[in-house]
Design a protein around this ligand. Structure first.
Ligand code: ZN
Length: 153
């Protein structure tokens, strides 16, 4: 069975930066299951899996525009430390949830300078080319329920 829209797909993946440093991998866990054609995966990964079958392996380099977007300096905001409602000590790289008019957004602590905290609304993987090793573990027709929900169960 080939991967196309409305297929529930299970993959193993290893994500590296272009220097070969492993950033994330599923290899020590269950395979990642997703519903193909619903934008659950970044476009560079989803498009490269189109038409693949169980047992196929592939190596894909994804540019930021097909990944987590270009890095946008305008998404950095300087906030006074006292205005951040956190129970724990703030550290660079830490994710924070921010309530906005459009729901909850995740911001990352970019750096701390004295009483100022720089919060970054970019995805941590924005702006960098990514290298994925992918292997297709399972491909099945999605159920009606999965299609309605827009994700795999
Ligand atoms: Zn569901």
């Amino acid at each position: 069975m080939e991967i196309k829209k409305d297929m529930a797909v299970s993959i193993h993946y290893t994500l590296k930066d272009i220097d070969g440093k492993v950033l994330d991998t599923s290899e020590n866990n269950e395979p990642l299951k997703y519903l193909h054609g619903y934008g659950q995966m970044i476009p560079g990964v989803e498009n490269s899996l189109e038409g693949k079958k169980i047992g196929d392996s592939l190596e894909v380099t994804v540019e930021p525009k097909d990944g987590y977007g270009e890095y946008d300096e305008r998404l950095i905001a300087k906030v006074e430390k006292a205005k951040i409602n956190a129970d724990i000590k703030l550290e660079a790289g830490m994710p924070l949830q921010a309530e906005t008019g459009e729901g909850v957004h995740v911001l990352y602590v970019k750096k701390i300078e004295g009483e100022d905290v720089y919060l970054d609304g970019n995805h941590p993987l924005a702006g960098i080319p990514l290298h994925f090793s992918l292997s297709v573990v399972d491909v099945q027709e999605a159920t009606e329920e999965e299609k309605q929900h827009g994700h795999a169960h």
